[in-house]
Structure formats: structure tokens, C-alpha cells
Design a protein around this ligand. Structure first.
Ligand code: GUN
Length: 284
């Protein structure tokens, strides 16, 4: 068996076309979705992500603001900017790029973002809504994982999904979304003693552990769907996922490439959240 590709780049293009069309309609009602991205300091990877978000906003017809703040910016100054963006009528989504410099308390910053503009889905109220199953702005990477499977016709209901990694950004929320889609979910993490045995039971294996090429074919049940959320920069400068793609590709049914799998979906889901936030704020 050679796996089919879960092509996030291609699907992103399709969804972005849909967003562009919907945005044109919204603009005729006088609403232009607006996203503010805040970057503190000059972390190279964060700069690439922030620039990419800005470019994507422009391509879709959104209003976009990028606030680049000095690494020495105080927490009070950052909170003041968030207060200002919370009040700003042109802004429907606020994203503070993580990680923040050590002197700033990440939780205090996330908590300050108005829930209706929390397009990252990281605010405790957004997370609570996700747990309960209420409508909320969903965290982008987990939402992208689910969309990638659904739009490729992969059945989730009734399947056994195993998630490797329990981060607040990916592992925990993706397991909740998989449950919402009626999967039976097992979570594994760095302290799981029999990870390989559990992973081998998975119909759907989602890997978000942040270790390059961690998962090889000995973790994978033949015919499983393998979703690799990892993006690791190797010493030779190349990107590697958490899954050893070449080792696994001929025993699973579907697999995400890295790059070009989950990565492009994350930004696309951010745009979808911004559109959703704008529609809700304006009741359209
Ligand atoms: N840094 C890495 N991933 C993310 C993300 O999804 N959101 C934010 N705000 N920062 C990040």
C-alpha cells in the first residue's frame, strides 16, 4: 500500500478561495475582516510566521495590522496595546505571536484578549467552550487537522484516534475535537510507558511531540491515517516532521507531508477564525 497524501497546501488554496469570495460579500455589507498580529522581539521563526500571516490577510482582502514591538517592551505596555486593539472597531481578530520574551507572563497576555477576538482560541473561556462543546473560535492547528481529514472524506466517527503529545496548543485541543467528531481518543505523552503498543492500535494517529522523525513504521497499524503536526528545523537547515515519512508511507492509508500538510492549514484556519469573528461581531 502506498499512502495517499493529505495535501494541506492544495486544500488551503481551495479554502482561501472560499474565504476570498465570502469576504467580497461582507465588504458589500460594509464589513472588512481585520486581523492584528503582535510580535514582541525578533525571533527569526516568529518573524517568518508573522510576515506570512500579513501576506495571507492581504491576499484574501482582509485588513491587516502588524505591531512589531521591541524585545524590551514591558508587560504593561503590551497589555495596553491589547486593550487598545480590544476596543478597535477595525480589528476582529488579535493574535500575539508566541513565544514571548521571558519577562512577560504569557497567561496574563492571553487572558487580556477579548474572547470574541481570540482567533488563536487560547483564551481560557475559548478553551472552556471547546471542552463543553459550545461554539467557539477553535485553535487553528487542531481545527486544521480535522478539516484536512474531513475534506478528504476520512471518516472519524467510531474510529480509534491516538494523539501523541499533550500541549495546550495541539495535543489537548485536537483530542477534544476528535472526540467531538465521535472518535474514541487515547492520549500519549512523554511519560506514557507503552506508547508504541498504544499507537499501533490507532486508526488515526496524530503526532505532535516536537521530536524529528520520532514515529517510524513500528508505531503504525497498517492502513492507519497518519497526521504529522511536527515542524522541526534540523541542523542541516532542512525541515522534518515528527514522523519518518519515508519509513511509514507504504504502510498507512493517508499521510501528511512536511512541509505542505498541517502547516498551511494552520494559517488558513486563522483566516477562517478572523472571518467568523468579524461576522459574529457585526451580526452578519
Ligand atoms: N507560535 C507557534 N504557534 C503559534 C500559534 O498557533 N499561535 C501563536 N499566537 N503563536 C504561535
Amino acid at each position: 500500500m502506498t499512502a495517499s497524501l493529505l495535501n494541506g497546501k492544495q486544500l488551503s488554496e481551495t479554502i482561501r478561495e472560499e474565504i476570498t469570495q465570502e469576504t467580497e460579500g461582507l465588504k458589500q455589507l460594509g464589513v472588512q475582516p481585520g486581523l492584528a498580529v503582535v510580535l514582541v522581539g525578533a525571533d527569526p521563526a516568529s518573524q517568518v510566521y508573522v510576515n506570512s500571516k500579513h501576506k495571507t490577510c492581504n491576499a484574501l482582502g482582509f485588513y491587516s495590522e502588524v505591531h512589531r514591538l521591541d524585545a524590551e517592551t514591558s508587560q504593561a505596555e503590551l497589555l495596553q496595546l491589547i486593550d487598545q486593539l480590544n476596543q478597535d472597531k477595525a480589528i476582529h481578530g488579535i493574535l500575539v505571536q508566541l513565544p514571548l520574551p521571558k519577562h512577560i507572563d504569557e497567561k496574563a497576555v492571553i487572558d487580556r484578549i477579548a474572547v470574541e477576538k481570540d482567533v488563536d482560541g487560547f483564551h481560557p473561556i475559548s478553551v472552556g467552550n471547546l471542552v463543553i462543546g459550545d461554539d467557539s473560535l477553535l485553535p487553528c492547528t487542531p481545527a486544521g487537522v480535522i478539516e484536512l481529514m474531513k475534506r478528504n472524506g476520512i471518516e472519524i466517527a467510531g474510529k480509534h484516534a491516538v494523539v501523541i503529545g499533550r500541549s495546550n496548543i495541539v495535543g489537548k485541543p485536537v483530542s477534544l475535537l476528535l472526540q467531538r467528531e465521535h472518535a474514541t481518543v487515547t492520549m500519549c505523552h512523554s511519560r506514557t510507558s507503552n506508547m508504541k503498543e498504544l499507537a499501533k492500535l490507532a486508526d488515526i494517529l496524530v503526532v505532535a511531540i516536537g521530536k524529528p522523525n520520532f514515529v517510524d513504521r513500528s508505531f503504525v497499524k497498517p492502513g492507519a491515517v497518519v497526521v504529522d503536526v511536527g515542524i522541526n528545523r534540523l541542523e542541516n537547515g532542512k525541515l522534518a516532521g515528527d514522523v519518518n515519512f519515508d519509513d511509514v508511507k507504504d504502510i498507512c492509508s493517508w499521510i501528511t507531508p512536511v512541509p505542505g500538510g498541517v502547516g498551511p492549514m494552520t494559517i488558513t484556519m486563522l483566516m477562517l477564525n478572523t472571518l467568523k469573528a468579524a461576522k459574529r461581531i457585526h451580526n452578519v
